[in-house]
Ligand binder design. Structure first.
Ligand SMILES: Cc1cc2nc3c(=O)[nH]c(=O)nc-3n(C[C@H](O)[C@H](O)[C@H](O)COP(=O)(O)O)c2cc1C
Length: 224
């Protein structure tokens, strides 16, 4: 649905679905930041609203529970929460470090996981990665699923990983291969279809409950 044609419910225009998009890299020429920018363009082309952020916006010190207890949350964590709560869903383009999650990204997630209500809970998410390697950072995304799913995020099953990113980004910043570009765009529009269905048709909504076999203990609970 083009952004210029608002969907209507009776006489009322329907509020567009909003997406927070950011890369898990601080590097100036980050491939993952390029992927995040392309995701924002694709989401807008499909009628979504976007908030394109940078991991630098969510800059936080190493998590320390003493600091949290004595000083509260750092501004970067407050900002991450504020922008998550301003959106219905999020998209992360994350590099793979040593087959896993980049420490800076995990640290930001850890800080935000301490807010109540916990803002990842029940929020839809799409994961992407780009790497010069042949695997495209995909192993890092499987690692990234673990904390997000633990926190109750509704992660889309398909993930996009761009292998050999140094070859497949054209000089114009676009994906320089028709088949890869159409896979990327399909991944985004399929994700958006699910998010929009769940936002607009609450009957689609289901509680995603994981039974951990633990006795209830508020101090250990991952969500309210
Ligand atoms: C500490 C570190 C560990 C890395 N480990 C991996 C890895 O396990 N797999 C991989 O594909 N690339 C790895 N890389 C290479 C990154 O994919 C590459 O630096 C990439 O450009 C980072 O993403 P960015 O361009 O968005 O910053 C690693 C890079 C660093 C700095």
């Amino acid at each position: 649905m083009p952004a210029s044609i608002p969907m209507m419910r009776g006489e009322q225009p329907i509020e567009p679905v909003r997406y927070l998009i950011f890369a898990g890299s601080l590097r100036r020429d980050s491939y993952n930041s390029r992927l995040a920018s392309l995701a924002a363009v694709a989401i807008r082309a499909n009628g979504g609203e976007t908030d394109l952020a940078s991991l630098a916006d969510f800059d936080v010190p190493s998590y320390d529970q003493d600091v949290e207890d004595q000083e509260g949350f750092p501004p970067g964590a407050e900002e991450f929460r504020r922008r998550l709560e301003g959106c219905h869903a999020f998209v992360v383009a994350a590099p793979e470090y040593n087959n896993s999650i980049p420490g800076g990204l995990k640290n930001a997630i850890d800080w935000v996981s301490r807010f109540r209500p916990q803002p990842f809970n029940e929020r839809h998410g799409l994961l992407m990665s780009a790497s010069p390697s042949m695997v495209g950072g995909n192993r890092g995304l499987w690692a990234l699923r673990v904390p997000f799913e633990h926190l109750g995020a509704r992660l889309y099953p398909d993930m996009f990983s761009l292998a050999q990113a140094h070859l497949y980004f054209g000089g114009d910043g676009q994906l320089a291969h028709e088949e890869i570009r159409s896979r990327f765009e399909a991944n985004i529009s399929n994700f958006m279809a699910l998010v929009e269905a769940s936002e607009r048709y609450p009957c689609v909504k289901r509680a995603w409950v994981e039974y951990l076999g633990e006795r209830p203990e508020p101090s250990l609970d991952r969500v309210d």
